[in-house]
Design a protein around this ligand. Sequence first.
Ligand code: GLN
Length: 425
Amino acid sequence: MKTPIPFYLEEILDKVRYSDGGAVADYIPELADANPSYLAAAMCTTTGNVYSAGDKEERFTIQSISKPFVYALALQELGLDAVREIVGMEPSGEAFNELSLNAEDHRPVNPMINAGAIAVTQLINGVDSTVDERVERIRSYMSRLAGRELGMDERVCGSELEHSDRNLSLAHMLRNYGIIKDEAPDAVTTYIRQCSLLVDVRDLAVMSATLANGGHQPVTGEKILDTDVCRLTLSVMSSAGMYDGAGRWMAEVGIPAKSGVAGGLLGTLPGQLGIATFSPRLNKEGNSVRGVEAFKLVSRDMGLHLMSTEERYGIAPIRDIHEEEDTYVFRLQGQINFNAAETILYELADQDFDNEAVVLDMSGVTGSNRMGRRMLKEGLRRLRESGHDIGVVDPDNRMTDLKMSDGTEVPVHDMEDYEIAGEEI
Ligand code: GLN
């Protein structure tokens, strides 16, 4: 059996594909040539399972999505007090390239707007660092987050450097107030090179899952950031990551997120998931139009809103797996939400049963959401398609509606049928 999650992602992409609003960024001429029809999505769980759909091989420049990660690196290298001296953590409600500093202490209000990001970049690798060394430090760190060596788009970088008056004016302001020490052109070059790193949607999902996972890269297993650093970074992302759309984003999507002008969008669910989309057309706030749509759907369908009062943190969803004569019984427990269902499906897809019956015993399940039930049913349907007899033990009607996506019903078994030797289920 193959896990259905990539198909869900395809489904989400199909639902937002029609949306042709917005426009590709053109203030950086090289970005104006981007193919506006590209569309991709990916997810990475904190257990390191990566799923993707659409134009997932397509690479694009990371742009502002680099900001939370470089902020995290600065926190990791210098600690919060030092970083706080040069940048605040309040939402600005302003555009990403707003020419503004805090009126009292002249610090940029947060690290997600350009003024803050340029200031933070200057902290990396020590005050005496050359531009090249600083950029290399950032590139190699971001590569560890992605789990592969990241390259740079020299054309986009050159094009942005030629049109960087606005960022230069921010750097001059920062230098005027002693927030940065480098010459303004050097500071802007470092920042723009950081923005020109090339990623694909899977890279973003994995990088995001590293934040979700308290700094442990879930695929390579490397510990890259402290848990406190991740918590701080995600907090700032949740209040300022979507610029002047941040409040509405929190209400409608409820996932800490960061967007980039090349069309990338990344969301992080602490302890659970990294999600990313790529679609180059942007709305007036500079966020990907189809990316925002996809995130709204994902959040609603999968019950991922951070402020949702649904119980989320459960116990391991598979209590045990028994082989009973010619039947595999998966005893499930706790809350069956997206994450729990993902773990179960991953296990089901991994098992090598030869034509036996597979039964999901839900008697230990305390609750479920729509996405969890939908995924389990889809998993059962796929098992049946590959020749297995399937069924559930469901004394408390946790499945509620037993109809599968092909219209047929999941057969229900009696508990007694699957009593394990000497043990009550
Ligand atoms: N490099 C871009 C800039 O500084 C990044 C902006 C963004 O992605 N929002 O203008």
